[in-house]
Design a protein around this ligand. Structure first.
Ligand code: ADP
Length: 208
């Protein structure tokens, strides 16, 4: 615990960094079961935003466990610390003026609420990537459900660790009936409605 540490205010702040990038910084936080589609949808949305000259950064649950959170496992306490660290990184990136896309199972409501609470009002958009467990098990792109059901991975969300469905998500994507493209368009529409996109947006062609 740090003591005797004061906050140092610097002349360049979030609003100046955001103005330079001509955008409204915020965190788009994707939560949902493993294999529900968080990374896929976040990646596809980021591609569109970058192609329209937005400045973004994608924080991915699997990727941070190779570095920032490599010392953490999947106990409830480690999951909480994982999300706390990622939340702090997201806060710094938003302070840098970026649009942050964060794809994390983040199974506990209290942890998601903590991230919401450290961000300025209106800069945390919770997106529930909703796909039933059966569908996630069928997709299982990394074979993790198979391993978990055989007991070879412990504390796997949806198998032997809980997932708390969001009650206050700004957006719910039906990731079992909507295609990735439809989900991205739903998010673009939402971002446009809240004024986060400068000059409208071009929906991605559904045939893309
Ligand atoms: P998560 O990040 O939630 O663990 P991933 O995005 O890594 O999930 O994996 C989801 C898998 O499901 C990907 O292989 C993706 O291509 C596939 N998928 C199939 N249909 C959809 C859909 N409608 N929405 C999102 N992902 C889908």
């Amino acid at each position: 615990m740090s003591t005797n540490v004061a906050w140092h205010s610097h002349p360049v702040d979030q609003s100046i960094r955001a103005e330079q990038k001509l955008q409204a910084p915020l965190v788009i936080w994707f939560t949902g079961l493993s294999a529900s589609g968080k990374s896929t949808i976040a990646g596809a949305l980021e591609q569109i935003l970058v192609s329209q000259n937005y400045h973004t950064y994608l924080l991915d649950g699997d990727n941070v466990r190779h570095g920032l959170c490599r010392d953490l496992g999947f106990s409830d306490a480690d999951r909480k610390e994982n999300i706390r660290r990622v939340g702090e990184v997201a806060k710094l990136a938003v302070d840098a003026g970026l649009i942050v896309l964060a794809a994390f199972i983040s199974p506990f409501r209290s942890d998601r609420r903590c991230v919401r609470n450290i961000l300025p009002e209106g800069q945390f958009i919770e997106v529930f990537v909703d796909a039933p467990l059966d569908i996630c098990k069928q997709r299982d792109p990394k074979g993790l459900y198979q391993l978990a059901e055989r007991g070879q991975i412990k504390q796997f969300t949806g198998i032997d660790s809980p997932y708390e469905i969001p009650e206050t998500a700004e957006v719910r994507l039906d990731a079992s009936t909507s295609s990735v493209t439809e989900s991205v368009n739903q998010l673009l529409e939402y971002l446009f409605q809240i004024g986060a996109l400068k000059s409208g947006y071009d929906p991605i062609s559904l045939s893309a």
